[in-house]
Design a protein around this ligand. Structure first.
Ligand SMILES: Cc1cc2nc3c(=O)[nH]c(=O)nc-3n(C[C@H](O)[C@H](O)[C@H](O)COP(=O)(O)OP(=O)(O)OC[C@H]3O[C@@H](n4cnc5c(N)ncnc54)[C@H](O)[C@@H]3O)c2cc1C
Length: 587
């Protein structure tokens, strides 16, 4: 097979907010930049983000970046790296204004300033009263940001490869990343894109769980590509379950609903969050609210014939507020839960939402790995930003509104760092044909049809296994069994049966490649979770219910070969202020 080749200064894999923000920085600097996306850019999952983006603009209540930093460190259950968190929170206000200047139609206050709503885990004055920090475009903030960034990229002449699927990274013997092998989904033809830098911005892996808020495309491909290139994944045991997914369906009802004044009720009509978080109540951190709902249901106070969910009440906000501030939520509730929230509460239950772990990076977006007996080193030419990366600003639990911020802040930072890198690395390095062949082998392997089960069956089994063995609450024996089940699925995947004509209908091959990625990420998650013998943030371990800072205040690194784990310290030292030492986390 002849392999078409193209050359660019910079390759960006992923056209969500993270990839587009980085690409824009590069294209505006006149770098020759290509963006590859497996879906049309504006269908990337950023489009689904509802509630908003955090920045201490203080438009509604007093605020400053230092309080935002404190809340983020506390929300992360002290696993977040404080230098990166400081960097993000300090940059936030300017980047919201910059987005506004790019054309993002933020909602407005009466005085014309950008509208901000309260979100979970936000406080004034280091743990005091509730703050209002989340800048919103109604409940379609991600849609507004993604479309604006796409338009700005078109204007800056970024080159797009729409509906191309990235297979694997290409690297040379000295460890430089030289681009990637991608597949034109429509024609089935592979394409080699050579680049002096490659940035992974492929989003999260919510599809490893059955009930989730994520699009079907969120299969964590970039993280799996990193694993296969020998790069470890960091903190994969920390997977966020959002408290308010539509019960039985999983679609997200934004925290913005509770920010606007909505609250949760159990079968007794009790506003139960007052018991779990007396001060913050329904706006406690997501891990806290998810666990509270799961406990209410487990102890028999769930609602409905199967007592398997709770209710989110917002009718008291009035039709005007709901129509103006939460129009998308009303649509979703009517479509998927068959209730109009203007009149009736929405049935909700926690649902898998956000991948806190990912490809380890520093605050410039460079992928960094520890090398034997030396401190961590950047992998030359490789960057990662957004949900596929772990910088780590979210630690063990992300605060709502901090992810849209993360993708914009670190997308821009990576773009700036790449501009400097390109000045020092002006020429393409010679290509390593062995690495190209290895990537091609992954592709051709999925042209051969096995005799076993269908790809769809394995996908469902992975999702069921992860939900059952590695969900909101975890137990040592259940996790161990989960690792075994996932290893069995690995064997079953090897003999998977592709649909007939898979060479013509490429979707079958794409699905197989995605399921292989899901499996590798599911294994990373359950193996990392099995090893962590404490409870912290989203990792709630029934046998080890307390946080253990003496033994476990450290990041996990999972390597694919033999499922090996290593650990590295949390960066506790911020850039310019005093650090926030670990304290009991009370809301
Ligand atoms: C329903 C929902 C609501 C949310 N609401 C909020 C909110 O209000 N505030 C907030 O801060 N966060 C929110 N989040 C989280 C936030 O939206 C995401 O974390 C963030 O948008 C991720 O952006 P990203 O650029 O990293 O990835 P994405 O937007 O997911 O983009 C990934 C890109 O990678 C491409 N890609 C993936 N694999 C491949 C491959 N193999 N080959 C080629 N291309 C590939 C995709 O095509 C896509 O272009 C929400 C998340 C969900 C699911």
């Amino acid at each position: 097979m002849t392999l078409e080749r193209r050359k660019f200064d910079s390759l960006v894999i992923g056209a969500g907010g993270g990839g587009l923000r980085a690409a824009l920085q590069l294209a505006r600097d006149e770098a020759h930049v290509a963006v590859v996306s497996k879906v049309f850019p504006t269908r990337s999952h950023t489009v689904a983000a509802q509630g908003g983006m955090n920045a201490a603009l203080a438009n509604v209540l007093p605020d400053n970046w230092h309080w935002h930093m404190f809340d983020t460190v506390k929300g992360s259950d002290y696993l977040g790296d404080q230098d990166a968190i400081e960097y993000m929170c300090r940059a936030a206000s300017n980047l919201v204004i910059e987005l506004e200047h790019f054309g993002v139609p933020f909602s407005r206050l009466e005085n014309g300033r950008i509208y901000q709503r309260p979100f979970g885990g936000q406080s004034q004055n280091f743990g005091g009263d509730q703050a209002a920090r989340t800048c919103a475009a109604a409940d379609r903030t991600g849609h507004a940001i993604l479309h604006t960034l796409y338009q700005q990229n078109i204007r800056a002449k970024t080159h797009f490869f729409d509906e191309y699927f990235a297979i694997d990274l290409i690297k040379d013997d000295e460890g430089f990343i030289l681009g990637a092998l991608v597949l034109n989904i429509a024609t089935g033809e592979p394409l080699l894109i050579e680049a002096k830098t490659t940035l992974l911005a492929t989003g999260g892996a919510g599809q490893i769980f059955r009930n989730n808020t994520n699009a079907r495309i969120n299969t964590g491909d970039g993280m799996a590509m990193a694993l296969r290139a020998g790069i470890p994944l960091q903190d994969m045991e920390f997977f966020q379950f959002h408290p308010t997914g539509i019960a039985g369906k999983g679609m997200l009802i934004t925290e913005g609903v509770r920010g606007e004044g909505g609250y949760l009720l159990n079968a007794d009509g009790e506003r139960f969050m007052e018991r779990y978080a007396p001060k913050a109540k329904d706006l406690a951190s997501r891990d806290v609210v998810s666990r509270a709902i799961a406990i209410e249901v487990r102890e028999g106070r769930g609602v409905g014939p199967d007592k398997d969910h709770v209710l989110l009440k917002l009718d008291h906000l009035g039709a005007d507020v709901i129509k103006k501030r939460l129009p998308g939520i009303r649509d979703m509730a009517r479509t998927f839960a068959h209730v109009d929230p203007i009149e009736n509460p929405i049935p909700v239950f926690p649902t898998a939402h956000y991948t806190m772990g990912g490809i380890p990076t520093n605050r410039h977006g460079q992928v960094v790995v520890p090398l034997k007996n030396t401190p961590e080193e950047p992998i030359p030419g490789l960057y990662a930003v957004g949900e596929c990366a772990c910088v780590s600003v979210h630690g063990a639990n992300r605060l709502g509104g901090n992810s849209l911020l993360d993708i914009v802040v670190f997308g821009r930072a990576a773009g700036n760092h790449i501009i400097d890198y390109l000045k020092e690395h002006r020429y393409h390095r010679p290509l390593n044909e062995a690495s190209v062949e290895a990537a091609m082998a992954r592709l051709t392997r999925w042209e051969q049809k096995g005799q076993g089960e269908s790809v769809a069956t394995i996908r469902k089994e992975i999702q069921k296994t992860m939900e059952h063995y590695c969900g909101v609450f975890r137990r040592a024996d259940v996790l161990t069994e989960g690792v075994q089940k996932m290893r069995e699925l690995e064997q079953r995947l090897a003999d998977v049966r592709l649909q007939d004509h898979s060479r013509v209908f490429n979707t079958a091959r794409i699905e197989a490649l995605e399921v292989e990625n899901l499996l590798q990420l599911g294994l990373a998650t359950v193996i990392s979770a099995e090893a962590r013998k404490e409870s912290r943030g989203a990792h709630s371990h029934v046998d080890f219910p307390d946080r253990d800072d003496i033994h476990w205040l450290k990041h996990t690194l999972y390597f694919m070969e033999e499922g090996r784990l290593e650990y590295k310290p949390v960066r506790m030292k911020p850039l310019s202020v005093d650090s926030f030492p670990p304290k009991p986390r009370v809301y």
